[in-house]
Design a protein around this ligand. Structure first.
Ligand SMILES: Cc1ncc(COP(=O)(O)O)c(C=O)c1O
Length: 483
């Protein structure tokens, strides 16, 4: 060995000793894991009685993180996470979180994530991790199958509904052969109830100049097909290119599901791409009692579903499926540094914006295999029933106005005493919402419907049961008495 070689070897050994904290032995791993599990157990047990909302803090220790060359003791890190992350703002794991479109984060999915992170499989590229790629490919096929798409469908698992929507809109752009000179004439049809992620996706896909038509909704906030047909006819007569219609299966405001079958009819006869934003409602296809509401979803061209909403997975789980996978060709790229092995199946990265990606299939695979789909279907139906139960109870209260019948797990209501102007009613309901937030036990979010302020409890977490709805009703009774 030359002097240089032996010096380099000694240097490598010295660096290895300095870095050895990154490779704890079995005993070191056990200690870290046990402390983590103890912490997680305390968190989970506290959910039974704890609040769903913690008030904002004046200052945060996170603004002065002690990141330096030396590490910190693990118990102190866990304490910091408890104080500064878990105990401020919303607790989206709490059964008392009835805000936005919640899911909760099931435990078995966290275990799948743990295994995915420990194994660190390269799920984007089939030759590197055939098993991981197969897991993701089979899961996409499963989603396509429950939606009712044909075998030629394809898609990808994403970080959430927004990236899934962007993937679908890029497919829609290319499938219709739009070129830059067409963009300012390629009309998009949405309703006022659409989630902003879809129009943001149109913008991000480069088609932001596309004229956007706001289609009328009926009294239940569902897209009115005759309004869509009229807009398309007019645009065509005016020389525009009707391109994309977006319907929603589970709007964020009220949980409304657009008439998907009727929209598909118009889309097919007019040559429009029909995209369904089923980020919230898509997995209700598993619930026989709700299947009819979603009829027609199987005739759409693309669909987005969020397992982190209606499959109760932790945040970071979306999915997109396109009826004909050929329209995802735009995502397939080749490179000289990715030619090392034969590929028996498509690589997930060939249908995705991402190459190296979180192996998110594991967080979906483990719960589906461990529990089967039955408990998911039951939990989803329970959430719908809870929303109906809340609606039924509140409808009978004095001076309470309720919104449309819940199609999924969201209901809307407002306090409306007689003799008050609409502005006064809005102000009262804002006060009610603020009082609920300040109390913190049960979190509900609010929205505007026809420019009026409504509360919109959405019992979507798998841990939320009838007793939590009763708790909410009790709390509400008290605050209404104070108003
Ligand atoms: C109906 C609907 N679509 C899309 C999205 C966006 O999904 P994500 O937040 O996962 O990006 C949401 C989010 O709440 C939603 O409610």
């Amino acid at each position: 060995m030359s002097v240089l070689t032996s010096t380099l070897r000694e240097r490598a050994e010295a660096l290895r000793r300095r870095a050895e904290a990154l490779e704890p032995d079995a005993e070191g791993r056990r200690e870290l894991t046990e402390a983590t599990v103890r912490h997680a157990e305390e968190f989970l047990e506290a959910l039974k009685t704890g609040p769903s909302w913690y008030p904002p803090r004046e200052s945060s220790e996170l603004n002065e993180l002690p990141i330096g060359p030396e590490g910190q003791p693990f118990p102190e890190i866990l304490d910091l996470i408890r104080r500064e992350v878990e105990q401020e703002g919303l607790n989206p794991a709490s059964p008392r979180d009835l805000g936005y479109v919640p899911g909760g984060g099931i435990y078995s999915s966290a275990l799948g994530d743990y295994l995915a992170a420990v194994g660190n499989a390269f799920s984007g590229y089939f030759p590197a991790s055939p098993g991981a790629a197969r897991v993701e490919n089979r899961l996409v096929e499963w989603i396509a199958e429950i939606v009712g798409y044909p075998k030629k469908a394809g898609g990808t698992l994403t970080s959430g509904g927004s990236v899934a929507a962007l993937t679908a809109i890029i497919a829609a752009r290319d499938a219709k052969g739009l070129r830059s000179e067409d963009f300012s004439r390629a009309s998009v049809y949405v309703t006022s109830q659409e989630h902003y992620s879809v129009r943001k996706a149109v913008h991000l896909a480069g088609v932001g100049e596309a004229p956007c038509r706001i289609i009328a909704v009926d009294e239940d906030y569902r897209l009115a097909p005759e309004s869509l047909a009229a807009h398309v006819r007019k645009d065509r007569a005016d020389g525009l290119i009707p391109w994309l219609v977006v319907s929603t299966a589970g709007t964020t405001n009220t949980g409304a599901v657009d008439p998907l079958d009727a929209v598909s009819d118009i889309a097919r006869s007019e040559g429009l791409w029909h995209h369904v934003d089923a980020a919230y409602g898509g997995f209700y296809v598993l619930v026989p009692a709700r299947r009819e509401v979603l009829r027609g979803i199987e005739r759409s061209d693309s669909v987005v579903l969020d397992p982190h909403k209606s499959l109760f997975l932790p945040y970071g789980s979306g999915a997109v499926v396109v009826r004909d996978a050929a329209h995802l060709e735009t995502f397939r790229w080749r490179a000289p540094y990715l030619v090392d092995a034969p590929q028996k199946e498509i690589s997930p990265s060939e249908r995705s914006i991402e190459l190296t990606r979180h192996f998110r299939g594991m967080r979906l695979l483990v719960p589906l295999l461990l529990h089967g789909t039955g408990p998911f279907a039951a939990a989803l139906e329970e959430k719908w029933v809870l929303a109906c139960y809340l609606q039924d109870e509140l409808r009978r209260w004095k001076d309470i106005e309720v919104g449309p019948e819940p199609q999924l797990s969201t209901m809307c209501f407002r306090y409306r005493p007689p003799g008050r102007s609409e502005e006064e009613v809005d102000a009262l309901n804002r006060r009610l919402t603020r009082a609920l937030h300040a109390d913190g036990r049960i979190f509900v979010s609010a929205t505007y419907l026809n420019e009026r302020f409504w509360l919109r409890p959405s019992p979507g977490i798998f841990r939320t049961h009838a007793e939590h709805i009763d708790e909410f009703l009790e709390l509400l009774k008290g605050f209404l008495a104070e108003l």
